[in-house]
Design a protein around this ligand. Structure first.
Ligand SMILES: [Zn+2]
Length: 186
């Protein structure tokens, strides 16, 4: 019995994920993993339609270099993703993470990146991303190296969700429902 989305304290979140061999991409193991990650993101979005847009494989217990992003409603499984910043320009990104969803902080991320990855059909893809999507990808690729967003944050800048949403009980209740879904033993 483990949580649907691994929660902070689980040592797997601090491990480094391995590259996926191109020949392995069509395998049932990888294709089923992609489906499971998409289904969890759909489960989160069913609770809150503004959430459920990004997840990494280690968060569901698989130490392989795979992330899934949802951009404009479309899923993009990204295998062995890497990025190069387009410039040194950074921006403040308000971050949250399904593995420690009761914590919030602002992280400085590259504003614009060139991303390279293999898709689920083994095709090499390149994408230029800016702003929120750029920040999301940097957060997810960090997971593949065992890094959590709180590692980039000074400890006095971390806030609990109860503090951030203290004046919004409706949203707070929704967040707690999402947290229960992520932490549920499956
Ligand atoms: Zn995360």
């Amino acid at each position: 019995m483990t949580a649907r989305v691994r929660q902070i304290g689980d040592p797997i979140l601090r491990d480094v994920s391995v590259l996926i061999d191109v020949s392995e991409i069509p395998s049932k193991k990888i294709q089923a993993l992609i489906e499971r990650m998409q289904s969890i993101l759909d489960g989160i979005q069913a609770i809150s339609n503004q959430n459920g847009n990004a997840l990494s494989a280690p968060q569901v217990g698989c130490l392989v270099r795979l992330i899934v992003l949802r951009i404009d409603g479309v899923f993009y499984p990204m295998i062995n993703p890497t990025f190069e910043p387009v410039s040194d320009k950074k921006f403040d990104f308000e971050e949250e993470c399904f593995s420690l969803y009761d914590q919030r902080a602002t992280v400085s991320r590259y504003h614009e990146i060139d991303l390279t990855y293999l898709d689920e059909n083994t095709v090499t893809k390149r994408m230029r991303l800016q702003g929120e999507e750029s920040g999301l990808v940097q957060h997810e690729i960090d997971h593949l190296d065992g890094v959590l967003f709180i590692d980039h944050v000074q400890r006095d800048k971390l806030q609990t969700i109860d503090l951030v949403l203290g004046d919004n009980p409706v949203r707070l209740a929704q967040v707690k429902t999402m947290m229960a879904y992520m932490a549920e033993d499956i």
